[in-house]
Each structure stands twice: as structure tokens, then as C-alpha cells.
Design a protein around this ligand. Structure first.
Ligand SMILES: Cc1cc2nc3c(=O)[nH]c(=O)nc-3n(C[C@H](O)[C@H](O)[C@H](O)COP(=O)(O)OP(=O)(O)OC[C@H]3O[C@@H](n4cnc5c(N)ncnc54)[C@H](O)[C@@H]3O)c2cc1C
Length: 305
């Protein structure tokens, strides 16, 4: 059986469209209470299961289940396409609580971040290469021409090839002039806007690019219903390791993974025979407060001396 796996919306702004649809659905559901601007500092265990979270101000929120959706770890790298704040706090919390993590070394680098100042780095979407844009060095040499798949080779292959060029002292560009040309602003409005904000004109000049940390395939090990190894703790999105991506995520698979597993988790929690909600103070009074007042950056820092 074959099925289409990619959701597409709003030209090259699919993520924003998915987010808007989700936010609207949440706003229209009275049973969902949204609390913004809170920082979760740790998980709380009670009765042998994860029973809530502790906020940075010390407040404890108890719950029948906790779903971690804290994103990836790009913020640990100097060059990344994800926000600086994506430092793996959720992973650290889960690790401190004793959850099994898997494939932590599986980090994907996007080959064509736009090589301009910016944090996170703006991205020249893969769809540009799909539309025929080619990779060239500063002399115009198409260095991917002899590689199987050329510019459409897997992300790690393209990222390594670009890294090698840069390591040899050359600059690398994505040239869409012949393939996309004047249609660039219409077909790739987001990349066009990002380029122009950086003073680049992708219609008439090649775009400078280099690899950047982009996606963490590893994470909190979960089963097909998003359950971690700890009762009461689920994980979804980039913080989770579902096994779906292997060591090299295919483009566009993370949004669909998030949508599919979010539904599976909701169904699993509904069917969970966990004790019903406890009063807010009970979890902390009876439970163990698992401190995660650090992020993965602290774990990765070199040992003193
Ligand atoms: C530029 C770019 C383009 C991409 N394009 C695509 C694409 O076309 N298709 C695709 O499938 N994927 C794409 N991806 C990947 C995909 O967007 C991400 O993997 C996905 O958005 C991750 O979603 P998430 O909900 O897991 O995490 P995020 O969207 O990162 O959300 C995590 C949230 O958790 C919050 N948080 C973290 N720690 C705490 C804490 N301790 N307390 C409270 N809140 C916390 C963060 O503030 C953040 O709001 C792209 C990624 C980037 C960067």
C-alpha cells in the first residue's frame, strides 16, 4: 500500500499553517485550559508514576498524565535552524526521572541554511533543489554533479559534501537562477522574504548556504502510543524518539509524526486506567520532586580541570 505522507499548505509555510489550524482548534475547545509563558523545571513522581510538573516558580501542577512536547536540541549548536531556547530541557527532565532515552547521537544537519548572520539561521528549503536549483562553489563549479542523486541525494550526503567544500576554503551557493528565476517570489515566498531581509536577491544571484543543526531524531524512547518507559509520562514531537525517522529523517516527516502520535497519545491517555486527578497539593506532598534545573548544555560542558 502507498499513501501520501507530506502535508503542504501556504506555499513554503506549512508549519505555520499547521500551527494556526491547531491553535484555532484549541481556542474553540472550552475544555482545554491554555497557560502561556510558564517554564517547567522538573517532573513530579507520586505513587510510582509521573504525576505532574514543577514550574520554575515552585508551583506544582498535578495531572493524570504528562506529555512532553518540548522540542529539539538545536540551541546546543553554534549554527542551527531552530530557536536558541531549544536546549533539550525536556530530555534532561525525562533523563533525571529515569526515562529511557534512545539514539541521542542522531542529529540531522540541514545542508542549506542561508549563510548570513541570524540566530536561528534562515533556511533555503529542500524544495528549491527539488525545483532544480543547483549547488555550486564560488567559481561556479557544480560539485554535486557526480554524486548519486546529485543535489537530491539524502540530507547527510549533501550536508557532508558542502561541509567538505567549506573545509577546503571554498564558499558554497544554491543557484536557482536558471531553474526558478523570476518565479522565485511567487513559488518560494518565505525564502524570498528571508533572502531579501538579508540583502540577497535570489532571482538574480546565487544564495550563500552552509549546513546547520536542524532536527534531533533521538529522544525519549516511546512506543507506538507515545508512552515513555515511565508510567504517566508521554512524549511527542522532536523530544520523542519514535523510531520513525531512523538515523536520517526524511524531509517533512516531523510534522506528520507530531500529528499522528498526538492523536495516538490522546487515545492512550483516555484508555489509561491511571488514578483520577489528585488535588493539586497531594502530588508534591506524597511524591518525589525530580529536579531538572539544568539543560543538556550543562551535561555536555567539559569537566572542570
Ligand atoms: C526552519 C525549519 C523548517 C522546518 N520545516 C519542516 C517541514 O517543512 N516539515 C516538517 O515536517 N518539519 C519541519 N521542521 C521540523 C519541525 O518544524 C520541528 O521538528 C517541529 O516543529 C518540532 O515541534 P515540537 O512541537 O516537537 O517542538 P517545538 O515546536 O520546538 O515546540 C517546543 C515548545 O516547548 C517549549 N518548551 C521547551 N522547554 C520547555 C520548558 N521547560 N517549559 C515550558 N515550555 C518549554 C518551547 O518554548 C516550545 O514552545 C522544520 C524546522 C525548522 C527549524
Amino acid at each position: 500500500m502507498a499513501a501520501r505522507r507530506i502535508v503542504h499548505a501556504a506555499g513554503d509555510a506549512t508549519g505555520a499553517a499547521v500551527l494556526a489550524a491547531l491553535a484555532n482548534a484549541v481556542a474553540a475547545t472550552p475544555s482545554i485550559e491554555v497557560r502561556e509563558g510558564l517554564l517547567v523545571a522538573g517532573l513530579v513522581e507520586a505513587g510510582g508514576r509521573i504525576a505532574g510538573v514543577r514550574l520554575a516558580d515552585g508551583t506544582v501542577l498535578s495531572a493524570r498524565a504528562v506529555v512532553l512536547a518540548t522540542g529539539g536540541i538545536g540551541g546546543l549548536y553554534r549554527s542551527a535552524t531552530s530557536p536558541r531556547g531549544a536546549t533539550g530541557r525536556g530530555l534532561a527532565m525525562a533523563a533525571r526521572a529515569g526515562a529511557v532515552l534512545r539514539d541521542m547521537e542522531f542529529v540531522q544537519f540541514h545542508p542549506t541554511a542561508i549563510a548570513v548572520a541570524g540566530d536561528p539561521m534562515p533556511l533555503a528549503t529542500e524544495a528549491l533543489r527539488g525545483a532544480g536549483a543547483i549547488l555550486v562553489d564560488e567559481s561556479g563549479r557544480r560539485f554535486m554533479a557526480d554524486v548519486p542523486g546529485a543535489e537530491l541525494a539524502p540530507r547527510d550526503t549533501v550536508a557532508r559534501a558542502i561541509h567538505a567544500e567549506i573545509g577546503a576554503g571554498r564558499r558554497v551557493y544554491l543557484d536557482a537562477r536558471a531553474s526558478v528565476g523570476a518565479a522565485f517570489p511567487r513559488r518560494f515566498p518565505t525564502v524570498d522574504r528571508l533572502c531579501r531581509a538579508a540583502g540577497l536577491d535570489p532571482v538574480n544571484a546565487p544564495i550563500p548556504v552552509r549546513p546547520a543543526a536542524h532536527y534531533h531524531m533521538g529522544g525519549v524512547k516511546v512506543d507506538g502510543s507515545g508512552r515513555s518507559s515511565l508510567a504517566g509520562l508521554y512524549a511527542v514531537g522532536e523530544v520523542a524518539s519514535t523510531g520513525l525517522h531512523g538515523a536520517n529523517r526524511l524531509a517533512s516527516n516531523s510534522l506528520i509524526e507530531g500529528l499522528v502520535f498526538a492523536r495516538a497519545i490522546a487515545e492512550a491517555i483516555l484508555g489509561d486506567s491511571a488514578p483520577s486527578l489528585r488535588p493539586r497539593t497531594a502530588a508534591i506532598a506524597e511524591g518525589r520532586d525530580i529536579d531538572a534545573g539544568f539543560d543538556l548544555r550543562a551535561l555536555m560542558a567539559p569537566a572542570p580541570g
